[in-house]
Design a protein around this ligand. Structure first.
Ligand code: PLP
Length: 411
């Protein structure tokens, strides 16, 4: 029966659109599903895969949503968002980021993820190129490829803090280059670009006639340097930048699905058109709560950022005690991206553990710790752990990682 079903699905796959069939299943979700299945069987698993805050949405934000629901804010929202939410996003971008956007230049989206897909749909055509510094957030390639455009990956190194250099960017440019992805703070590496580094990249972008920047700033609030720089705030950048942000990570609102995108007005209008075709306006009572959240002072969420910072410090200390592991200190977000390639080989039973997927499977099956393979983020030497977990879980997870590593034999 099971085999029969599998076969049927495979047959159907042959008839369905390649654009969907060929997109690899996201590693993060796959690992989470496997870990949860094991946990449901009673297996003791330390889950370090999650890509969302382990905090609850703050109570005052929830209260605003409840009131909005009871107040009847339940009908279709305008495609580009409720006027008040667009205004709140514009105020926030001026106050926190020093960028001057009018509400008409904001489109409220169903999560930042849709802001990225609206942008890709509006900018990329078949044969165009999107430049993606690698490692990258695992959803970027699929979103680009849905449009028929090509991903041009530009590798960065752990030694240079996983940051794109202007030289490497320049070397990747062609007449078909249309979009450059910048994600600071970064998922999965935690890299945070400094002002001068971004300025140097903007200079290269402006030397190209058609290249725009997609600046994904969803982890902005989780920046331990305290000096987050928005690309669009830099000289000359505003007219070539799409700024993407949202409330998912900053306010622990991942399930509410509210993001926003800011762009010069003619572009914002097109982004709205892409969204109108696909999904229409975002949930109005969630937008009402998001508008309230964006108007709160930064200090209101500082407790979460502080917790992530403390855990980052703990994780760096614990990983530092395992010789052979390499990790670049994350300056933001809630991940550590760890180079485990020094241990690739085989386990005591001879099973091959020679790439990041085999490594994460080995960790899950033999050590009871769930992580995500770097392959899905464009670096097969690494694994990602999430620090959106309790201190106890982090201590136990890393102790298990250390024990598992001792069980590996190099060729
Ligand atoms: N961008 C990056 C780098 C992310 O890691 C995520 C979520 O994991 C998103 C965008 C999507 O955010 P949202 O949940 O608002 O769609």
């Amino acid at each position: 029966m099971k085999d029969g079903q599998g076969g049927k699905q495979a047959d159907l796959g042959a008839d369905l659109a390649r654009r969907v069939v060929d997109v690899p299943a996201p590693q993060t979700l796959e690992m989470m599903t496997r870990a949860r299945a094991l946990m449901a069987q009673g297996v003791d698993i330390v889950n370090l895969t999650v890509g969302e805050p382990d905090f609850d949405t703050p109570e005052d934000i929830r209260e605003v949503a409840k009131k909005a629901l009871d107040g009847g804010i339940t009908r279709y929202a305008p495609i580009a968002g409720l006027p008040d939410m667009r205004a709140a996003a514009a105020e926030k971008l001026a106050r926190d980021n020093g960028i001057d956007y009018r509400p008409e230049e904001i489109v409220v989206t169903n999560g930042a993820k849709q802001a990225i897909s609206d942008t890709c749909l509006s900018f990329l055509e078949e044969g165009d190129e999107a430049i993606i510094p690698s490692p990258y957030w695992a959803s970027y390639p699929g979103t680009v490829e849905f449009t028929g455009a090509r991903c041009v990956y530009v590798p960065t190194t752990l030694r240079s803090g996983f940051k794109l250099t202007p030289e490497a960017l320049r070397a990747a440019l062609t007449p078909r280059s249309r979009l450059l992805f910048i994600n600071s703070p970064s998922n999965p590496t935690g890299a945070v670009y400094r002002r001068e580094e971004l300025e140097a990249l903007v200079e290269v972008v402006l030397s190209h006639p058609k290249l725009w920047i997609l600046s994904d700033e969803i982890y902005e609030r989780i920046d331990f340097t305290g000096r987050h720089v928005s690309t669009a705030a830099l000289a000359g950048a505003r007219e070539r930048t799409i700024t993407i942000n949202g409330v998912s990570k900053a306010f622990a609102m991942t399930g509410w699905r509210i993001g926003y995108v800011a762009a010069p007005e003619p572009v914002a209008r097109l982004l709205g058109r892409a969204q109108a075709t696909l999904t229409a306006g975002a949930n109005p009572f969630a937008q009402t709560a998001a508008a309230y959240a964006l108007r709160q002072p930064k200090e209101a969420t500082a407790y979460m950022t502080e917790a992530y910072r403390t855990r980052r410090d703990l994780v760096m200390e614990l990983l530092g005690e395992i010789p052979g592991l390499r990790v670049s200190r994350p300056d933001g977000a809630f991940y550590a991206f760890i180079d485990v390639s020094a241990f690739f080989g085989h386990d005591a039973s001879g099973r091959k553990v020679a790439n990041s997927i085999e490594f994460t499977e080995y960790l899950l099956d033999r050590a009871g710790v769930s992580t995500v393979a770097g392959a899905g983020f464009g670096d097969d030497r690494c694994i990602r752990i999430s620090t959106a977990a309790s201190e106890a879980a982090l201590r136990e997870g890393i102790a298990r990682l250390a024990r598992a590593i001792r069980g590996l034999r190099r060729p």
